[in-house]
Design a protein around this ligand. Structure first.
Ligand code: SF4
Ligand code: SF4
Length: 147
């Protein structure tokens, strides 16, 4: 066999060999992968069992974030209608998903377990604006709101 033909035959043989092996390509979005248990995706602000917000607006998550993706503005709780059990709550909470590198430092830094990274990872958008997630989008609804 002449020199230029040998690599071609080798290449075809490799193709033939892989043709009968188990496919690794996932037909997304019809098929979805199962991610590891500790996979870090979209953020969520959680609530206590009584429905109050866990976030007390301490800004530790924003301080821990290496990419400056979090903005928190705290406010004093109204004693008659508190949002959280603390004196303050996170009045504004934003995560810029374009900046976020999903390192999980915010979750680790949070003293109340308010911010968690969920396995949800379908975050693609056509425009930049919707990629700044604001508090209403991040906060889990109360049980009665979720119905
Ligand atoms: S996961 Fe990391 S980069 Fe993303 S907001 Fe949290 S600390 Fe910042
Ligand atoms: S999410 Fe946690 S760390 Fe961030 S401001 Fe709220 S309580 Fe503090």
């Amino acid at each position: 066999m002449s020199e230029p033909v040998t690599p071609l035959v080798k290449g075809l043989f490799i193709t033939l060999r892989y043709l009968f092996q188990k496919k690794v390509t996932v037909q997304y979005p019809e098929q979805k992968r199962t991610y590891p248990e500790r996979f870090r995706g979209r953020h969520q602000l959680t609530r206590h069992a009584d429905g109050s917000e866990r976030c007390v607006g301490c800004e530790l998550c924003a301080q821990a974030c290496p990419s400056g993706a979090i903005r928190v503005v705290a406010a004093e709780n109204d004693p008659d209608h508190p949002h959280s059990p603390g004196e303050r709550y996170g009045a504004t909470y934003e995560v810029n998903m374009i900046r976020c590198i999903f390192c999980g430092f915010c979750q680790e830094a949070c003293p109340t377990g308010a911010v968690v990274l969920t396995p949800f990872n379908e975050l693609a958008e056509y425009r930049r604006d919707p990629l700044t997630y604001e508090k209403p989008r991040l906060l889990v609804p109360r049980k009665e709101e979720a119905r």
